[in-house]
Design a binder for this molecule. Structure first.
Ligand SMILES: [Zn+2]
Length: 138
């Protein structure tokens, strides 16, 4: 009997996504969020630079993100990167539904503007359809 017959292509795709780059780390970070919708983000330059998750808190330098509710995971990761030069780096963003299936985590317009101004080059994020992730130029 082929034991693989019990593994769906959705499960295979989720496993592949989690093994790609830093999605697994972003997933683990997302669990720190106290929001109902939990997002985790990892800034990467060959290795992780910083991580962040969405939180219901404001920050003096990032008033723009208050408009969209608290600090987004991407902004949190940028803040946690401190003075690190983010030019040419990548960001991984993870979000899942309560059932554990990946959900859309494409960075919002405010976060994309901030990522772009810091020189972050690529964004990797989860989507709710196969193969459950996308890569896009910031
Ligand atoms: Zn955002």
């Amino acid at each position: 009997m082929n034991r693989n017959q019990y593994i769906t292509k959705e499960q295979v795709s989720i496993a592949r996504m989690l093994n790609r780059g830093y999605f697994r780390l972003a997933k683990n970070v997302s669990k720190e969020s106290t929001y109902r919708i939990r997002l985790g983000a990892v800034l990467v330059n060959k290795k992780p630079i910083s991580v962040g998750f969405n939180k219901n808190k404001t920050h003096p330098t990032f008033t723009v993100s208050e408009k969209v509710g608290g600090i987004h995971a991407e902004i949190s990761a940028i803040i946690n990167a401190g003075r690190y030069d983010l030019k040419g780096t990548s960001i991984y963003v993870y979000r899942e539904y309560s059932g554990g299936f990946p959900a859309n985590s494409r960075p919002c317009i405010f976060c994309r503007a901030e990522l772009k101004s810091r020189g972050v080059k690529w964004m990797y994020y989860t989507v709710s359809t196969l193969p459950y992730w996308k890569r896009e130029r910031v």
